[in-house]
Design a protein around this ligand. Structure first.
Ligand SMILES: Cc1cc2nc3c(=O)[nH]c(=O)nc-3n(C[C@H](O)[C@H](O)[C@H](O)COP(=O)(O)OP(=O)(O)OC[C@H]3O[C@@H](n4cnc5c(N)ncnc54)[C@H](O)[C@@H]3O)c2cc1C
Length: 397
């Protein structure tokens, strides 16, 4: 092999993940299981789902039958009977985003945030009625915080749940909610008390209750028609649907939001790997001015900069996972890592689009899909500004 030849095997999706001493054979087996599912049950349909603007409900069932929806949930409620750690979640997210099928992940994994508070604080009846069918893939959940008046300032949310006897009366609206159009249950953040974070509670609301209407939100360059707006007009919800302590709703969620951030970071890095792999493959075969693209220094440097950003991000990810596994909750580092992951993805998506140029517009590469999907990662799970402010507070500014 000449010095000039890039060893392709190291620059494909798998080779681009820097080795980690923490990844075991159990993780490798889990990855293979997920890859098999994505390649068989998702990849062949992605283009059709793109055109139709949605994916079939049956995918929930197929994913549940493959043992995927139950990951990390109690076996007695239908969860997966295997020990898992954070790397299992990372790998789940990586494999779903490898081909740019992030929208499917966004809907399928909503219960990662929605179910844990119910399992920790809900009654046995609730666990039977909600957790079991969700983990079987028969019912679906949405997690609703954002309102038309804004998503960043959660402390300002306006949807009210006013106590009347043994019911709450819910009024208000939630928008941009993933999976809203097909959700059976909504885990909603509502105002039960005074202003600020201290007046917010979590309420499970059955989506077919009288007074609830929903309308789709046509997403920007996303093909997901199930994102929607809920409107609550004097909706009666039993007090027994309150999750956790009244007016302390966000305390029940904090842990899950950190997990969501980890899976968002994993998504950005997996998509970056796909962008780099496709750009490298194209740069090695496309010729301009009598030589391959990769033989032009400007292009070679672009590839190296992408790989460099990716490696830095993975080193930071492994560091944060290691701290998390030791019982630490590295909130500031997790926020910085999310910003770093998004920057890496946006850089890689842009540069890969640039290297592929016209080829990226012909519907034969994943880069174009990833380019379309990359922006949401800078918004969902905490925007850059919100995460920087959170970090600043953690650092004592
Ligand atoms: C595809 C998609 C799926 C989503 N799914 C869900 C879901 O399932 N459930 C859910 O609850 N929400 C969901 N959201 C909503 C998402 O959480 C919000 O879009 C996000 O929280 C930002 O809120 P916003 O859009 O109202 O922006 P705003 O809060 O109006 O902010 C606008 C801009 O101003 C910046 N900004 C705000 N405050 C400050 C400040 N103090 N200093 C500096 N800059 C500031 C923000 O960073 C942002 O860039 C989804 C959004 C999208 C696009």
């Amino acid at each position: 092999m000449s010095d000039k030849t890039i060893p392709v095997s190291q620059l494909d999706f798998d080779g681009l993940r820097p080795p980690s001493p923490h990844l075991t054979s159990a993780h490798a087996a889990w990855r293979q299981r997920l890859r098999h599912f994505v390649d068989k049950d998702i990849a062949p349909h992605l283009d059709d789902w793109d055109k139709s603007g949605t994916f079939p409900d049956a995918v929930y069932k197929t994913a549940a039958d493959a043992g995927l929806l139950g990951m990390g949930f109690p076996v007695e409620l239908g969860g997966l009977d295997e020990p898992i750690d954070l790397y299992h979640r990372i790998i789940f997210s990586e494999e779903f985003h490898r081909l740019g099928s992030g929208v499917v992940f966004a809907d399928l994994a909503t219960h990662w945030i929605g179910l844990p508070p119910i399992i920790s604080h809900g009654t046995d009846e609730m666990k039977d009625r909600i957790a079991r069918p969700v983990l079987r893939g028969d019912k679906k959940m949405a997690f609703a915080v954002t309102e038309p008046s804004g998503g960043s300032d959660v402390s300002g949310l306006k949807t009210t749940a006013e106590r009347r006897g043994d019911h709450f009366i819910v009024n208000g609206s939630k928008t941009l909610i993933s999976g809203a159009m097909r959700a059976d249950f909504i885990l909603a953040a509502v105002r039960t008390g005074g202003p600020g974070m201290g007046g917010i509670s979590l309420l499970v609301i059955e989506a077919d209750r009288a007074g609830i209407s929903r309308t789709p939100v046509p997403g920007l360059t996303w093909y997901n028609a199930s994102i929607g707006t809920f409107t609550f007009d004097n909706v009666e919800v039993p007090v027994s649907n309150l999750i956790g302590t009244e007016n302390r709703g966000f305390a029940s969620l904090a842990g899950q939001l950190n997990i969501e951030r980890f899976s968002g970071i994993a998504a950005t890095l997996a998509m970056s790997r796909t962008c780099i792999a496709e750009a490298v493959a194209w740069a090695q075969q496309r010729e301009t001015f009598g030589k391959r693209l990769v033989d032009h220094q400007a292009i070679r440097h672009k590839l190296i900069e992408m790989i460099s950003a990716l490696r830095v991000s993975y080193a930071y990810l492994d560091y944060c996972i290691d701290r998390f596994h030791r019982g630490d909750v590295p909130i500031a580092d997790l926020s910085l890592l999310k910003i770093q992951g998004v920057k890496t993805l946006e850089h890689c998506a842009r540069e890969a689009m640039h290297i592929l140029a016209g080829q990226a517009y012909q519907g034969t590469t994943r880069v174009e899909r990833i380019f379309r999907e990359s922006r949401i990662f800078a918004i969902g799970g905490g925007t850059e500004e919100i995460l920087k402010d959170l970090t600043a507070r953690q650092l004592g500014f």
